[in-house]
Design a protein around this ligand. Structure first.
Ligand code: ADP
Length: 380
């Protein structure tokens, strides 16, 4: 039996799990337990047992595997946590201290860690941080132009998220092109429910669209992305909304859902085709923001060698890819319509042969990247 890693991504109402054999890059079993706290599954302890039950039904319960580690996705590593790190009580306490920076994400991750350590006490548990890849973002990109003392006291900087995906996809893109990572200027567009863009030179990020929290940047499924911060004071002072109301609105009732009533792009396209003006506006705002970031990163990089689309929307939605890059031939970016709309699901080129910038679609695999991080750590 080949060694495998259990990868857990524990959110407030869902637990995603995957068992990966890192040596053969095989996904053995995966799944999701949803609606934690809302029905049969009362809490994260029960969610984990439900996941184990599902794995056992597939003949892949923990006892039937050669598990060597459990990898935990942790959204926010704050200023100091950025290497994959063995979980002990001290690390749990440090992640807990960061909860104010990521109140929606770190507490449920900690619940997942706590329960998994109880259920699988003999295995090493490893925390892999979504901020890690952006830890050494250049100061000019990481710094908000606000009062220095306040920023330092409260650890305010642009941290960036989806780092595991941006790193993995940028490495895959260079490998696909058959060029050394350190020679390429890349833009990676991770377009899932959450969405972020990054500019990468020589395998190191020079900018990314998410900031202190995963709310900054692109328009997302339910999040606003960039807004004028004045909007929040206005809502607080004049509309008398509470901080919690504003946070909930910007996180859950904004973005594509807030404008168009749909979070899923397949449904959004259907509504657009049936003549729904709000769905069309949601799509137009989404694309407009995406194009602004692509333009900004082209300027930062002085042109890109490769632009890569990834995650649910980026991998599947040919219309988004076409509209994100249309009219950019003068900037050296030209898609091949046939390649862009083709049925292939693997890593693939979608740019025209004559396009100086190569455009790729590369499926992301955060679970594999986390599993690899775990085996690297326990081997050294
Ligand atoms: P998450 O951020 O939850 O990991 P994913 O990367 O899985 O999200 O992306 C999920 C989103 O991908 C869905 O909400 C949907 O909008 C989009 N998506 C998935 N499949 C398709 C498809 N075939 N066509 C267009 N959009 C798709």
């Amino acid at each position: 039996m080949a060694r495998s890693v259990l990868v857990l991504n524990s959110g407030s109402s869902s637990l995603k799990y995957a068992v990966i054999e890192p040596d053969s890059e095989t996904m053995v079993v995966d799944g999701i337990v949803e609606r934690i706290g809302e029905g049969e599954v009362r809490d994260h302890a029960e969610a984990l047992q439900t996941a184990f039950g599902q794995m056992a039904e597939a003949g892949r319960g923990p006892d039937a595997l050669d598990l060597v580690a459990v990898g935990h996705r942790v959204v926010h590593g704050g200023p100091d946590l950025y290497e994959p790190t063995l979980v002990d009580d001290a690390l749990v306490a440090r992640i807990d201290e960061l909860s104010p920076l990521a109140p929606l994400h770190n507490p449920p991750a900690l619940l997942g860690i706590k329960e998994a350590r109880k259920a699988l006490p003999d295995l090493p548990h490893v925390a892999v941080f979504d901020t890690a890849f952006f830890h050494d973002l250049p100061a000019a990109a990481a710094t908000y132009a606000i009062d220095r003392d306040i920023a330092e006291q409260w650890h305010i900087r642009r941290y960036g998220f989806h780092g595991t995906s941006h790193q993995y996809v940028s490495e895959q893109a260079a490998a696909f092109l058959g060029v050394p990572l350190d020679s390429v200027r890349q833009i990676v567009l991770h377009l899932g429910n959450g969405a972020s863009a990054s500019a990468i030179v020589g395998g190191r990020p020079v900018d990314t669209s998410m900031g202190l929290t995963p709310m900054e940047g692109l328009v997302m499924g339910t999040r606003s992305g960039d807004i004028d911060p004045g909007l929040m004071f206005y809502l607080w002072r004049t509309a008398k909304m509470t901080v919690e109301d504003i946070e909930e609105m910007l996180n859950r009732r904004s973005g594509v859902r807030g404008l168009g009533g749909e979070v899923d792009f397949r449904m959004l396209h259907q509504r657009i085709e049936s003549g729904d003006a709000s769905a069309q506006l949601a799509y137009d705002v989404y694309i407009h923001r995406l194009r602004k970031y692509i333009g900004a990163y082209l300027a930062l990089l002085g042109g890109a060698d490769v632009i890569t689309f990834t995650a649910g929307v980026g991998e599947n939605d040919a219309a988004v890819r076409r509209d994100a890059l249309s009219g950019m031939a003068p900037l050296g970016i030209e898609l091949d319509e046939v390649l862009n709309t083709g049925p292939d699901k693997k890593a693939r080129r979608i740019s025209a042969d004559r396009s100086p910038t190569t455009v790729l679609v590369v499926p992301t695999d955060e679970e594999l990247a986390i599993a690899r991080a775990c085996t690297n750590l326990i081997e050294h």
